[in-house]
Design a protein around this ligand. Structure first.
Ligand code: HEM
Length: 228
């Protein structure tokens, strides 16, 4: 049981995050080249400490954070143990113009907390759906801290509070090693111009190619050796 928890929690989520990062970079060749330039400029084999501090890799750090913001690969599910009222920071406007300002939860209700919605909320991020690593490269381009969550990097990707992912450090280290190795050695491009992918939540955020839904989760990308 514990092995399964670690396999699903630790393996699928990290590989799915790496996959979404490669997709984002395949869509954005300028960001991919800029990232490769920074990684190739590093003059030695990086250590675990280099990846923990990321001082030598500011753009890489921004790409990782932006990937985990735009593509949080899990959500959270909870069952209410008692009746409660949850106030909404950003009220929801109904079609008739009236506002929902709080949610009334009853004991036993099941809830899905969609992290992807918090991480992309336009009311907070302005252009929440846009993959733009530059937003992490200067304090002024991020939303005010009190509008963000209290999780890792003020995102809710690894949850927050006492049930925050216990594998967060390992996940980040794995992601950095995988992406560092791949981006230095290979280039990634979309298979064709009209290529579009949707994310479906099935244990983790699975990529499904539009028009090829019957194939299930996969991410076909054009991969070539980087020749320098
Ligand atoms: C990018 C990769 C990862 C993401 C986005 C992620 C995200 C999360 C989230 C959101 C939770 C809380 C779920 C909830 O409360 O319902 C969680 C819990 C957990 N994660 Fe991760 N995780 C990742 C990688 C890992 C790794 C590498 C490991 C360990 C090898 C791991 C082990 C766990 C475990 C054991 C829990 C349950 C903790 C508890 O219930 O207190 N995760 N993860």
């Amino acid at each position: 049981m514990l092995t399964n928890l670690f396999r699903v929690a630790g393996f699928d989520s990290t590989s799915a995050s790496a996959t979404w990062c490669l997709y984002a970079l395949a869509r954005d060749q300028r960001t991919q080249s800029k990232l490769r330039e920074e990684l190739l400029a590093f003059g030695r084999e990086p250590t675990e400490k280099d990846f923990a501090s990321m001082a030598a890799f500011p753009y890489f750090d921004a790409v990782i954070k932006e990937t985990l913001r735009v593509y949080p690969v899990t959500d959270a599910e909870r069952v209410a143990l008692q009746d409660d009222v949850v106030p909404l920071k950003f009220p929801i406007t109904k079609p008739d113009g009236s506002k929902i300002t709080e949610l009334h939860i009853r004991k036993g209700d099941s809830m899905v907390i969609p992290f992807i919605c918090s991480n992309r909320l336009n009311a907070v991020w302005g252009d929440g759906d846009t993959f733009r690593p530059e937003r992490w490269l200067g304090d002024k381009s991020l939303p005010p801290k009190d509008q963000m969550t209290q999780g890792w990097s003020n995102l809710v990707t690894f949850s927050e509070g006492p049930r925050l992912c216990i594998g967060v450090r390992l996940a980040l280290l794995e992601l950095k090693i995988i992406l560092y190795t791949l981006i230095r050695n290979y280039t990634f491009a979309l298979p064709h111009d009209n290529f579009e992918v949707d994310g479906y939540f099935f244990a983790s955020l699975i990529p499904v190619v539009k028009g090829q839904e019957e194939k299930g989760g996969y991410m076909p990308l054009k991969v070539a050796h980087y020749e320098g």
